[in-house]
Design a protein around this ligand. Structure first.
Ligand SMILES: Nc1ncnc2c1ncn2[C@@H]1O[C@H](COP(=O)(O)OP(=O)(O)OP(=O)(O)O)[C@@H](O)[C@H]1O
Ligand SMILES: [Mg+2]
Length: 197
């Protein structure tokens, strides 16, 4: 099965793109979804997070207090690395398991930090979704209600859009509306089907 790695900067449209591919009954493996499912109440990963970052990263009901954890790792690269050491091996193990479980001409493996984690070898092709930075910031602001400074800080911790595009096999421009994106995806879907024959 052809593995297409989907990546892109924060808010560029990875989740939207995955949804559009899933309309063609293409299996989607999503590193963000896996990451969320790994830290449910009582999970071993959440226990490790508590042991590393202290009890205050948990809410009273035992669930992860995401804002508190985010504050702890935000602009502290050592703490960020500790969290990644807990989560990344588990995420990639689960991606491998899911890759074995699908049978389809191709699948989409959405990994926001594909380049940052040097995981390119996990996939056969790299698909980058990109949009101009003004649109990117506006969409994240609207969705997450974050300050421009915070969004810019997140973007500055990721590889640049230029690096991503230079290392992509295929690029989706998501600067326009959803219909324009869907049109590009339809073409890519047919292209990936032709590659998988
Ligand atoms: N073509 C578009 N037109 C208008 N809004 C869009 C378009 N594409 C995406 N959006 C909106 O922009 C926001 C970011 O898109 P999306 O969540 O798909 O990005 P993402 O890359 O998955 O973000 P993250 O990195 O945070 O996971 C969402 O609110 C989404 O609905
Ligand atoms: Mg997303």
């Amino acid at each position: 099965m052809l593995r297409v790695g989907l990546t892109g900067g924060i808010g560029c449209g990875k989740t939207t793109v995955s949804l559009l591919f899933s309309r063609f009954d293409i299996p989607i493996i999503d590193a963000d979804d896996i990451s969320h499912s790994l830290v449910t109440r009582g999970s071993p990963a959440l226990q490790d997070i508590q042991n590393t970052f202290g009890k205050d990263v948990l809410l009273e009901n035992g669930e992860l207090n995401r804002p508190v954890l985010k504050t702890k790792i935000f602009s502290n690269s050592e703490q960020k690395k500790r969290l990644e050491a807990i989560l990344h091996p588990r995420i990639f193990q689960e991606i491998s398991i899911q890759l074995q479980s699908f049978s389809a001409p191709y699948c989409i493996v959405s990994i926001p930090l594909l380049f940052e984690t040097e995981s390119q070898a996990l996939v056969n092709r790299i698909l980058v979704v990109d949009c101009d930075i003004k649109t990117q910031i506006e969409r994240v602001q609207k969705r997450d209600n974050l300050s421009i400074e915070c969004i810019q800080a997140i973007i500055s911790h990721q590889v640049s859009a230029e690096f991503r595009k230079a290392n992509a096999d295929d690029i989706l421009d998501n600067s326009q509306n959803n219909a324009a994106l869907a049109e590009q995806i339809k073409k890519l879907h047919n292209f990936y089907l032709s590659l998988s024959c």
